[in-house]
Design a binder for this molecule. Structure first.
Ligand code: G3P
Length: 232
C-alpha cells in the first residue's frame, strides 16, 4: 500500500510547480495558508489555483463558524471543481461537534476532508456520520500534538484500525514537522501525508549513507569556521 504525498500549501506558484511533479499526489490548503499566500478574495484565489490543479485532489476549507453557514459555504466550494475535497473542521470555535454538517454533506456524496482531528474519539464520531459510498479524508494533526509533547502514533494506529472497513475513508497525517514523519506514516499504512514543500524536497533526497552525511556535516562546520576566520 502506497502512502500518498500531498503538498500542504496555498501559494499559487508553488502549486504550479508541484502539480507537475509525480511525487505529489494532491494538495491541502487551509484559511491560514490562503491568507499567507496573500489572497484577498477567497473564491477568486481558489479558482486561480483550480485553473492549474485540474486533476489532483485539492482540499479547500470552509471558514464559517455556524453550522448552517458552513453548509452553505461547503455547497458553494464543492461546485468549483470535481477534484475538490471540502474541508470541514471537526468542531467549530465553540467546541461543538460538526456531526450534522458532516452527515448532510456526506449523504449528498460530497467529498470531505475532516480537519483539526486530535483524538480517537473524534475519529469514532466522524465515522458514524459518514455515507460509506462517499469519499472522506480524516486529517489528524500529528505535528501540533508532538509540539505539545504528545505522541501521535497511537492515535493514528487506532484511527486506521477503526476505519479499516470503510474503503472510502483515508487517514491523513497532517501538520508534518520533519521528513521522518513520512517513514512513520508509511509504517502505519497511513493513506496520505501532507507536508510543506521543504519537506517534500528532503524526501526526494532520502537514502544518503551515514559516511557521506558525516563528511558533509564536518565540511559544513569547516566552511563556516573559515568564513568567520575563527582562530584560537
Ligand atoms: O493543513 C493542515 C495542517 O497540515 C497544518 O499544519 O504546520 O499548520 O500545524 P501546521
Amino acid at each position: 500500500m502506497k502512502t500518498k504525498i500531498f503538498c500542504d500549501i496555498a501559494d499559487f506558484k508553488v502549486i504550479k510547480h508541484y502539480n507537475k511533479k509525480k511525487i505529489v499526489d494532491g494538495f491541502t490548503t487551509n484559511p491560514s495558508l490562503i491568507r499567507l499566500a496573500g489572497a484577498k478574495n477567497y473564491k477568486n484565489y481558489c479558482l486561480k489555483i483550480l485553473k492549474i490543479c485540474k486533476k489532483k485532489p485539492i482540499s479547500f476549507e470552509v471558514f464559517a463558524d455556524k453550522p448552517e453557514d458552513m453548509l452553505s459555504q461547503a455547497y458553494k466550494i464543492n461546485k468549483w471543481g470535481k477534484n475538490i475535497y471540502v474541508k470541514i473542521p471537526v468542531v467549530n470555535s465553540k467546541g461543538i461537534f460538526m456531526g450534522k454538517v458532516i452527515k448532510e454533506l456526506s449523504m449528498q456524496g460530497i467529498k470531505l476532508n475532516i480537519t483539526a482531528v486530535y483524538t480517537v474519539d473524534q475519529t469514532k464520531k466522524i465515522l458514524k456520520c459518514l455515507n460509506k459510498k462517499s469519499r472522506t479524508i480524516i486529517s489528524i494533526f500529528a505535528g501540533r500534538m508532538a509540539d505539545k509533547g504528545k505522541d501521535p502514533v497511537p492515535i493514528f494506529k487506532k484511527s486506521i484500525f477503526l476505519s479499516r472497513r470503510n474503503k472510502n475513508v483515508e487517514i491523513l497525517w497532517a501538520s508534518t514537522r520533519e521528513a521522518y514523519n513520512y517513514t512513520q506514516a508509511k509504517n502505519l499504512k497511513c493513506n496520505i501525508i501532507t507536508m510543506p514543500p521543504k519537506i517534500i524536497n528532503k524526501i526526494e533526497n532520502f537514502g544518503q549513507d551515514f559516511r557521506s552525511m558525516t563528511l558533509s556535516t564536518v565540511n559544513g562546520f569547516l566552511v563556516d569556521s573559515k568564513k568567520s576566520k575563527f582562530s584560537l
